[in-house]
Design a protein around this ligand. Structure first.
Ligand SMILES: Nc1ncnc2c1ncn2[C@@H]1O[C@H](COP(=O)(O)OP(=O)(O)OP(=O)(O)O)[C@@H](O)[C@H]1O
Ligand SMILES: [Mg+2]
Length: 490
C-alpha cells in the first residue's frame, strides 16, 4: 500500500488529499502518478471506482503554473454529468494551489461559458462537441495547454467521438503530455491511442477480472414479458437503498420509470432527450437519496461516482461487454461491495457468455423471484423497522394502549395487522412495455470488441482508508483485489 508521500506529490496537493480524506494511494494512482509527474504520456487502465480521476488529475495539477491565467490542463469526458463531476474532483484536488477549473458541456448557454473562459481557468473539463464549438468560434485559447487528458478514453476514441478528438488534439501544442484512462481498453483502441501519443507508458492494474471483485454479479433468465414483474418483485426482495436500472433506449427508460412509479417506487429516469436542467435535477435527487431508483440509458453508464449505490440492474443487457463493465461499476466503488443483476431473455444467453468471457467474470444464475417472495421481502422490511423500534426503547407512552388492545385482540392478529399496515402492498398495476429490438447476438460467443488479457492473480490485499475529514464520509475501502463502445451516448 503506497502512501501519497512516497509518490513525490507537492505539499499543496498533499494538503488537498488530506482534506479529501485520501490516506493511501490506490494501485492505479501508485503506478501512474510518478510517471505522470515525470512528464510521460500514460495509458492507464484500472477497474471502475479505483481512483483514476486523481491518478490523472494530480500530475496535471502539479505542473500548472497558478500565476499564468491560461488554460494549461484540458480534460475531455464523454458526458455532461461526468464533465461536471471530474471538474469538481479536480477543483478539490487543486484547491490549496488556487487552481481554477471550468466544466464546458452542451445544454448550457454558450455566453455563460464564454464569460467563464474569459475568467482565466487553469483547467477546462469538456465534452467534445461543445469544446469543438468553442474552438471553431475561437472563444477558447488552447495554445498554452501542456496536459491533455482523455477520461473514459476507449469511449472517446470510439467511432462516435474519434474524429472530434483528432480535431481537438490538433489544436493543442504537439509537445503536450497526453494521459488516457479507462476501466476498459480494447486492443484496437490502444493502437489508435499510440498514434496520438509520444511513447506512452502503458499501465494496467493487474486483476483477474475486468470487473470489480467486490460486486456480486447475478443473472436472471426471463422472457421479455416477464421482465418487469420480475424486476419489481426483485426490488421488493432486495430492497436496494440506492439502485440504478439500465434500459437500452430512451423510450424504454421512460416506460420502465412510469411503470415503477405506477407501482409505488420512488423512481426517476435520465437520458439524452431530457433538458440539461432536468438531467441535473434528477441526478441531484438521486445523489441525495430523494429518489431511490435511477432508470437510465448508457448516458449514466460511465464514470459517475455516486457513493452508496448498492445495486445495478441491467433490465436490458448492453450490446458491448465494455458497457457491462462500466454499468455495474456504478456500484462497488472505492472498495465497497455491490450487487449487479442482469435480465437475460433465453435468446440472449450466448451474449451473456460473451460478456463473461470478455470480462473474465462469472455471473451466477438467480431464480425468477415470485410475488410471494416479494411480499415476504416487504414484510421483512416492516419486521426490521419493528425490531429497531423495540431496540430503541422509548415505548412507555404506548404500553397502556397496547395492553388495552391486547384485551380486545390476540397478539398474532395485532402484529399481523401492524405488518400489513407497514408493508407496501405493491399495487400490481398492469404494466406493458413496448418491445425492444433484440440484441444482435453474435452466435458462438464470437470475439467481443475487446480482447481482454486479464493477467492471472490479483494484487495483494489492498486497504485504503478515508479518514473522517473526507467529504464528511468516513469511507473505509477494503479493496481486496487490485484495484476496466460505444452504446452511442444519448
Ligand atoms: N486514494 C483514495 N483514497 C480514498 N478515496 C479515493 C482515493 N482515490 C479516489 N477516491 C474516491 O474513490 C471514488 C472513485 O474514484 P473515481 O471516480 O476517480 O474512480 P474511477 O476509477 O474513475 O471510476 P470509473 O472507472 O467508474 O470512472 C471517488 O469518490 C474518489 O473521490
Ligand atoms: Mg472515472
Amino acid at each position: 500500500m503506497a502512501t501519497f508521500q512516497s509518490l513525490g506529490i507537492s505539499d499543496v496537493i498533499m494538503k488537498a488529499l488530506d482534506k479529501m480524506g485520501f490516506e493511501e494511494a490506490t494501485p492505479i494512482q501508485e503506478q501512474t502518478i510518478p510517471l505522470g509527474l515525470a512528464g510521460k504520456d500514460v495509458i492507464g487502465q484500472a477497474q471502475t471506482g479505483t481512483g483514476k480521476t486523481a491518478a490523472f488529475g494530480i500530475p496535471m495539477l502539479d505542473k500548472i503554473d497558478k500565476n499564468q491565467r491560461k488554460i494549461q490542463g484540458l480534460i475531455v469526458a464523454p458526458t455532461r454529468e461526468l464533465a461536471i463531476q471530474v471538474s469538481e474532483e479536480i477543483h478539490r484536488l487543486g484547491k490549496f494551489k488556487g487552481i481554477r477549473t471550468l466544466p464546458i458541456f452542451g445544454g448550457q448557454p454558450m455566453d455563460r461559458q464564454i464569460r467563464g473562459l474569459k475568467d482565466g481557468p487553469h483547467v477546462v473539463v469538456a465534452t467534445p462537441g461543445r469544446l469543438l464549438d468553442h474552438i471553431r468560434r475561437k472563444t477558447i485559447d488552447t495554445r498554452f495547454v501542456h496536459t491533455a487528458v482523455l477520461d473514459e478514453a476507449d469511449e472517446m476514441l470510439n467511432m462516435g467521438f474519434i474524429e472530434d478528438i483528432r480535431d481537438i488534439l490538433k489544436q493543442i501544442p504537439e509537445d503536450r503530455q497526453t494521459l488516457l484512462f479507462s476501466a476498459t481498453m480494447p486492443k484496437e483502441i490502444r493502437q489508435i491511442a499510440q498514434t496520438l501519443m509520444r511513447d506512452p507508458q502503458e499501465v494496467k492494474v493487474k486483476a483477474k477480472e475486468m470487473t470489480v471483485e467486490n460486486i456480486e454479479q447475478h443473472f436472471l433468465e426471463a422472457h421479455e414479458k416477464q421482465k418487469f414483474d420480475a424486476l419489481t418483485n426483485l426490488l421488493d426482495i432486495q430492497t436496494p437503498s440506492l439502485a440504478i436500472i439500465f434500459g437500452r433506449t430512451k423510450k424504454r427508460v421512460d416506460e420502465v420509470t412510469e411503470g415503477l412509479q405506477a407501482r409505488g417506487f420512488k423512481a426517476e429516469g435520465i437520458h439524452g432527450d431530457l433538458t440539461q436542467g432536468k438531467r441535473m435535477s434528477v441526478l441531484n435527487k438521486f445523489k441525495n437519496s430523494r429518489v431511490e431508483i435511477l432508470v437510465a440509458t448508457d448516458v449514466a453508464a460511465r464514470g459517475l461516482d455516486i457513493s452508496n449505490v448498492t445495486h445495478v440492474y441491467n433490465f436490458d443487457i448492453p450490446q458491448d461487454p465494455e458497457s457491462y463493465v462500466h454499468r455495474i461499476g456504478r456500484t462497488g466503488r472505492a472498495g465497497k461491495t455491490g450487487v449487479a443483476v442482469s435480465f437475460i431473455t433465453p435468446r440472449e444467453m450466448p451474449h451473456l457468455h460473451l460478456i463473461e468471457k470478455t470480462t473474465k467474470s462469472k455471473m451466477h444464475r438467480m431464480q425468477l423471484p415470485s410475488h410471494d417472495e416479494a411480499k415476504r421481502g416487504q414484510q421483512q422490511l416492516a419486521v426490521n423497522k419493528l425490531a429497531r423500534a423495540v431496540e430503541k426503547q422509548g415505548l412507555d407512552g404506548y404500553r397502556e394502549t397496547a395492553s388495552e388492545l391486547l384485551d380486545e385482540y390476540d397478539s398474532v392478529t395485532l402484529v399481523a395487522a401492524a405488518l400489513k399496515i407497514m408493508s407496501k402492498s405493491r399495487r400490481q398495476t398492469p404494466v406493458t412495455l413496448s418491445s425492444v429490438t433484440p440484441l444482435s447476438v453474435k452466435r458462438g460467443g464470437g470475439k467481443g470488441k475487446g480482447n481482454y488479457r486479464g493477467k492471472g492473480g490479483g494484487d495483494k490485499g489492498h486497504n485504503f482508508n478515508r479518514n473522517n475529514k473526507g467529504k464528511g464520509r468516513n469511507r473505509k475501502f477494503n479493496n481486496k483485489r487490485g484495484s476496466n463502445n460505444s452504446n452511442k451516448r444519448d
